[in-house]
Design a protein around this ligand. Structure first.
Ligand code: SF4
Ligand code: SF4
Length: 348
């Protein structure tokens, strides 16, 4: 995922509850969800940190909150939370499996001035249903239609593995015909239930092929075809990569944003599954500055292996979640090591 220093975001998992049970989901267990009041206090906590940065560093910021789950539409107070976030000046997005978005829900999303909604589609009907459960494809498509008929900016996300890499062209065609604004791809991270699918991860060469194809599809498609994977933009990068000791693009984890889990735990990225503190008890601003994990993610000298010596480090750093997931099995959980799916390493 990419951002700029001023485009700070929080991916906020309001619940771990879900009406589906997808094979690749990173979820591990249900947790003690923050209540509406706790969520509002946490929002105030983040707002305070942002106001401090704006005043102290004279920054112009456009903070956004990406609400998700589990399935966020299972939170009965979702629209109250959206209203509170918007009152506090945050731009809001929703990430959903789409299956619970009725016409009435879509109308309320519109009224809540949600910037955009991302719906997960993991292929065409048979493949999507084999990953997400029978009937889930048609329900997700109905959800997308309801969003579009209420004039809501809607995009589609596919988590890529060998199971569905051949579905990409068909999905882009379908999305384009339906009128969604963008199709994006994320890599399968073998954590949570997704650990069972580790053998279906793409090899570095398969990944290279995929991102070459994504570039070609973008050139010939009337909708945006993209990936938030830092590796996806490497093929289109010129020769002139600024050699900074701090990130200027690439993996967002702990750099351009964080994740807040349903129980208030703060993680660099939801797929990294490592808590750096809890917003129920701690100051967000203090954690953001003082967390040794977040600091390490921002410093080139903390990295080792290929990423630490690569000229793309300032704009890439690979997917830290893939790095950690692929070293969990031998007990290292190495979040600063190489990205094992990378085909692009070049020495500085
Ligand atoms: S080695 Fe790491 S920093 Fe370099 S291109 Fe690969 S993933 Fe990115
Ligand atoms: S760890 Fe991976 S999934 Fe998370 S922000 Fe970085 S690139 Fe994206």
């Amino acid at each position: 995922m990419q951002g700029t220093p001023y485009d700070f975001f929080v991916q906020w998992h309001l619940t771990e509850r879900c009406n589906l049970r997808c094979r690749h989901c990173y979820q591990q267990r249900l947790t003690d969800e923050m209540s509406y009041d706790e969520t509002c206090r946490a929002l105030d906590n983040i707002k305070g940190a942002i106001e401090g940065w704006v005043t102290e560093y004279q920054l112009e910021m456009s903070p956004s909150l990406h609400f998700t789950g589990g399935e966020p539409f299972l939170r009965r107070d979702l629209f109250y939370i959206l209203a509170y976030a918007s009152k506090k000046g945050f731009s809001t997005s929703i990430l959903s499996n789409g299956t619970l978005i009725t016409d009435d829900t879509a109308r309320r999303i519109k009224e809540a001035q949600v910037r955009d909604v991302q719906v997960s589609l993991d292929g065409l009907e048979a493949v999507h249903d084999s990953i997400r459960g029978k009937g889930s494809f048609r329900k997700a498509l109905q959800g997308i239609e309801n969003l579009l008929s209420n004039s809501i900016d809607t995009n589609v996300n596919l988590t890529v593995s060998r199971i569905n890499v051949d579905q990409i062209q068909g999905l882009v065609r379908l999305a384009s015909d339906m009128g969604v604004s963008a199709v994006a791809f994320a890599r399968l991270v073998p954590c949570g239930r997704g650990e069972q699918l580790a053998a279906d991860m793409l090899t570095p060469e398969e990944l290279r092929l995929l991102y070459n194809n994504v570039s070609k599809m973008q050139a010939s498609s009337k909708i945006v075809v993209t990936s938030r994977d830092p590796l996806a933009s490497i093929p289109d990068m010129g020769e002139d990569i600024p050699q900074t000791e701090f990130p200027i693009g690439g993996c967002a984890a702990g750099v351009f944003g964080v994740t807040i889990a349903a129980d208030g735990n703060i993680m660099p990225c939801r797929r990294m599954n490592m808590s750096v503190g809890n917003i129920r008890e701690e100051s967000f601003r203090k954690l953001w500055i003082e967390s040794p994990v977040l600091s390490a993610l921002r410093e080139r000298s903390s990295y080792h292996g290929a990423c630490g010596t690569c000229r793309y480090w300032p704009v890439c750093r690979g997917c830290r979640a893939v790095a950690i997931a692929c070293t969990n099995s031998d007990g290292r959980s190495d979040y600063l090591g190489p990205d094992p799916q990378c085909p692009y390493y070049q020495t500085v």
